[in-house]
Design a binder for this molecule. Structure first.
Ligand SMILES: *Cc1c(COP(=O)(O)O)cnc(C)c1O
Length: 392
């Protein structure tokens, strides 16, 4: 079957990873030009991408502004926490995987007080428990939530969390790194102070910068609060507003690629169309791998269209490295799992991929396990026990 896009991987393996990911040919091509960071054309590109990102956040967008920050996504998380959480603030961190725990560690580095709700590898933090914790602790000023926890692929119930946070009069900060651009994020509905995402996730750009989207009144009010010169959201915003420039060397080529990625995002039909494609990708790989005997960690209700965790088969002939190598030989780079209790691997559904490519992923997996002499892809009993906890 023909795929929707001309070979975006250019004959290299497809990246079934949640960023860096497989980008379109045109996105790569956009990097074949050098830009002067002071030049008006480049400043216009920066202005243009800030405006276009704001156009994606729903009806409340005029109350918000977009501040791009150099570095990977974690730099933006740190910039958001260091800029918006006052030195005497206290954050409830909702963790169910590596990124929630990283946010908690970031706050420790920053010397900001926090309470951690750690739900383990994948159980979702629910609105009712958030309400209970903040009602019992008036010192909590902010709640930090992970939109899609990329460790397991779970889509956290962000609406519930937002409602509980707002009802208690606290401020919400969101790590929407791997969700923004595909999953709906309406700032007015969520009432968030700020959220962050980065170039190399659902917008399908290349790595090099991320962006903080925050209420303008909060940006102005956070002047002088940041622990860091480079990660000061107010200072970055202030310079961009007055000069159109980034404070320090911007990732010029990454920006040009992102600009092209935004064009493609728009042409495709924006976030709803992108979500629909990612859902088709997910459904194709989940149905296909289940037909081979593989099982997903999460029940259908919690499966995100971003990345899916599968249990490794119990068959002694199976090893992750052997499977990885066999998949790579067939043109697909998969991702190890991050569960602490049982072995797992992950398949990303984002990037310039469609369901025809995902059908080839399923064929490749069938060949890979046959080559390894794996008779059944069924997971061990321990994995199924683990999964029962989620149903409970
Ligand atoms: C990718 C990602 C990040 C940022 O990771 P970096 O490696 O710093 O880009 C943060 N949170 C989530 C949920 C992510 O998926």
């Amino acid at each position: 079957m023909p795929q929707d896009f001309p070979d975006p991987a250019l004959g290299e393996p497809f990246l079934l990873t949640p960023g860096p990911l497989t980008t379109a040919y045109e996105v790569k091509e956009a990097m074949l030009k050098d830009w002067g960071s002071w030049d008006e054309d480049f400043r216009e590109m920066t202005r243009n991408l800030r405006t276009r990102l704001l156009a994606m956040i729903g009806k409340g967008s005029s109350d918000y502004d977009c501040v791009p920050i150099q570095g990977s996504g974690s730099y933006c998380v740190e910039a958001m926490l260091g800029s918006f959480v006052p030195k005497d603030g206290k954050v409830l961190v909702l963790a169910n995987g590596a990124y929630g725990l990283r946010a908690a560690k970031t706050l420790e580095y920053l010397g900001r007080d926090l309470v951690l709700l750690d739900k383990g590898d994948y159980l979702p933090p629910r609105g009712a428990e958030v309400a209970e914790i903040i009602d019992a602790d008036p010192d909590i000023t902010h709640v930090l939530a992970i939109h899609c926890e990329t460790s397991s692929g779970i889509l956290n119930p962000i609406d519930e969390i937002a409602q509980a946070t707002h009802a208690a009069g606290r401020k919400l900060l969101i790590d929407s790194m791997s969700a923004f651009g595909a999953l709906p994020l309406d700032v007015a509905d969520l009432n968030c102070t700020a959220f962050v995402s980065s170039a190399n996730k659902c917008i399908e750009g290349v790595p090099g910068f991320g962006f903080v989207i925050a209420r303008k009144d909060e940006i102005v009010a956070c002047k002088g609060n940041s622990h860091s010169l480079a990660l000061d959201v107010f200072a970055q915003w202030d310079t961009m507003e007055s000069t159109g420039q980034w404070r320090f060397t911007p990732p010029t080529h990454t920006l040009a690629a992102f600009h092209k990625a935004l064009d493609l995002h728009e042409t495709e039909g924006g976030a709803p169309a992108r979500l629909a494609r990612y859902e088709r990708n997910r459904d194709t790989v989940v149905v296909g791998l289940r037909s081979l005997g593989f099982e997903t960690l999460l029940a259908d209700r919690w499966l995100s269209p971003i990345i899916v965790t599968f249990f490794c088969p119990a068959d002694p002939n199976f090893s992750f490295q052997g499977f990885y190598d066999a998949m790579k030989a067939r043109g697909f780079i998969i991702y190890p799992g991050k569960l602490t209790v049982v072995d797992s691997f992950r398949i990303g559904c984002i990037g310039r991929l469609d369901e025809h490519i995902m059908a080839r992923v399923v064929d490749a997996a069938a060949e890979a396990i046959a080559e390894m002499g794996v008779a059944s892809a069924a997971p061990p009993q321990a994995a199924l026990e683990e999964r029962k906890k989620l149903a409970a």
